[in-house]
Design a protein around this ligand. Structure first.
Ligand code: NAP
Length: 284
């Protein structure tokens, strides 16, 4: 096994790389800049900078050489919404006036919109994986893709979850082996609300079609998501499956042990991708 991790400098990407190295797995992290390479090295000192590929433009032609000789691709790239700081005044004012549901505003930097990063950028990675002879792609996406009006879709008018879903469908049709994970909200969350985010302390729960989207338990520590991602590399049950992943609160239920056991207990491992109608929604 030789594993490519893209988005390796991101918050979950760093943990996946760290866990692979701890398990002596051959990993080739891929990042988009020298600054991100330095960020990864600072977060995971065991990383050998000589093994980190810097690919500035996530296009098939530049990705294929980086992917060559690898067996698995873990995709952890994502567009990153930026906060409109002045919108926080509205949030504070709304709270003072007793209004509920007032949210801050976000935007995407030019050229870094979800269509570019989550759709085109991931499509290029999938095409490159195919060209480089990669066997199995593990795509970390997000819960919420069935809900056109989900807050994340309205953020910066980016329709991020819909573009992510388009990439998921592309992967499923690619002929490559795939595993698509839709995690709930990742812990730690930004902002003042502090919830424990230690890994290996919670029961994990698998679902399909956003069944946990509005449940009380709809988050998961990045540490646990990274552990599941790493176990996907050796779990045959996860091949050609797509599912949502959340956790119970610490102290409730039975702490996660193995992915094979978790998936065996799931009632379905196949989300319904027939809805929403992405072609008409994204063409609009
Ligand atoms: N945050 C949540 O609550 C939540 C919930 C559900 C699902 N998810 C999804 O879970 C995954 C992991 O989330 P995370 O918060 O750990 O990620 P993150 O910290 O935001 O990392 C995103 C990664 O994508 C890279 N990236 C951004 N734009 C890129 C581009 N144009 N080309 C190539 N790489 C690019 C970033 O590189 P740099 O380091 O160079 O910036 C970074 O490594 C993401 O797909 C996210 O959407 C998140």
């Amino acid at each position: 096994m030789k594993i490519i991790v893209t988005g390796a400098s991101g918050k979950t990407g760093q943990i996946v790389v760290r866990k692979l190295l701890e398990n002596s797995v051959d990993v080739r992290p891929v990042v988009r800049s020298e600054a991100s390479k330095a960020k990864l090295k600072a977060a995971v000192p065991a990383v050998d900078p000589a093994n980190v590929e810097v690919v500035e433009s996530f296009e098939k032609a530049s990705l294929v050489p980086a992917f060559q000789g690898c067996t698995h691709l873990v995709i952890l790239t994502s567009s990153q919404p930026k906060l409109v700081v002045s919108s926080l005044f509205g949030v504070v004012w709304g709270k003072l006036m007793g209004k509920k549901g007032v949210r801050p505003s976000f935007y995407f930097a030019e050229g870094q919109e979800p269509e570019r990063v989550d759709w085109i950028g991931q499509r290029e990675q999938i095409d490159a994986a195919k060209a480089a002879g990669i066997d199995h792609v593990i795509l970390i996406s997000s819960m919420g893709g069935t809900d056109v009006d989900h807050f994340l879709n309205t953020m910066g008018n980016g329709r991020i979850l819909l573009w992510k879903r388009k990439a998921e469908k592309y992967l499923m049709a690619s002929g490559l082996k795939y595993t698509i994970i839709h995690p709930g909200g990742l812990l730690p969350h930004p902002g003042p609300k502090r919830e424990s985010c230690e890994g290996g302390k919670r029961e994990l729960v698998v679902g399909v079609d956003d069944e946990h989207l509005n449940a009380d338990d709809r988050t998961i520590p990045r540490e646990d998501l990274a552990e599941v991602t790493v176990q996907c590399l050796t779990c045959v049950t996860c091949v050609n499956t797509s599912w949502d992943l959340v956790s119970k609160k610490e102290g409730q239920g039975v702490v996660f042990s193995t992915l094979a056991k978790l998936l065996q207990s799931a009632k379905s491992l196949h989300c319904d991708f027939s809805k929403p109608d992405l072609d008409s929604l994204l063409a609009a």
